[in-house]
Design a protein around this ligand. Structure first.
Ligand code: CA
Length: 220
């Protein structure tokens, strides 16, 4: 899962980035509204955290222009404590949730998880075959057995499981694994998928390769 973090306060940007990475998300950062808008228009994000008070282009403008350009990623806006008008305008312009500053990182993380799983019906545990995946603890198990997965395998599993039954392109997998500046090759993706496929087989879960299109996770 790939998260864009837009915040002009470098200290807050840094702590948000650390928290998101520690929670297992690939992250990209923008310190001003213009950069944020360019990144959001480029697509490829599963979620954005958007501060409203930004240099160059303010956050509400970023939001409305990104939505007008077809950006559908869930957006959490960060507002001032007394920014009720901003919250209302932000929600009306297409934000999915908001947090008033100062907020706790654990609350932000919980809201991020809630928005990301909304596409899967909102349950905190996702299932496929006899595989179950706890989105809070980031643990995969088959029956009573916990699956041992590397961080990268876990990221691939999440990307496929959150879009289960749909084709996920190799580019989407690469994007969900790395922030800009970090490299994951297409060959490496094939290796992670191969390993994951072997581990998921006992759960009756298959990862099909659709040549030229990508991968699809489904019950076998
Ligand atoms: Ca700000």
């Amino acid at each position: 899962m790939r998260v864009l973090i837009v915040e002009d306060d470098p200290i807050l940007l840094d702590s948000l980035t650390r928290a998101m990475r520690a929670a297992g998300y690939a992250t990209d950062q923008a310190g001003d509204g213009e950069l944020a808008l360019g990144l959001l228009r480029g697509g490829g994000f599963d979620l954005a955290i958007l501060d409203l008070g930004l240099p160059r282009v303010d956050g509400l403008q970023v939001l409305s222009r990104a939505r007008a350009a077809g950006c559908r990623a869930p957006v959490i806006i960060l507002t001032a404590r007394d920014g009720i008008d901003d919250r209302v305008r932000g929600l009306d312009l297409g934000a999915d949730d908001y947090l008033a500053k100062p907020f706790s990182l654990s609350e932000l993380e919980a809201r991020v998880r809630a928005l990301l799983r909304r596409g899967q019906g909102g349950a905190p545990v996702l299932t496929c075959g006899t595989l179950s995946y706890d989105t809070v603890g980031r643990r995969a198990s088959v029956g009573a057995d916990m699956l041992e997965l590397s961080q990268r395998e876990l990221s691939v599993l999440e990307a496929l499981l959150f879009r289960q039954g749909k084709v996920v392109s190799k580019e989407q997998l690469i994007e969900s694994l790395c922030g800009y500046g970090e490299e994951v090759s297409a060959n490496a993706i094939e290796v992670y998928v191969h390993r994951l496929r072997r581990k998921l087989e006992p759960a009756g879960v298959g990862i099909r390769t659709l040549r030229g299109l990508g991968y699809l996770m489904d019950r076998m």
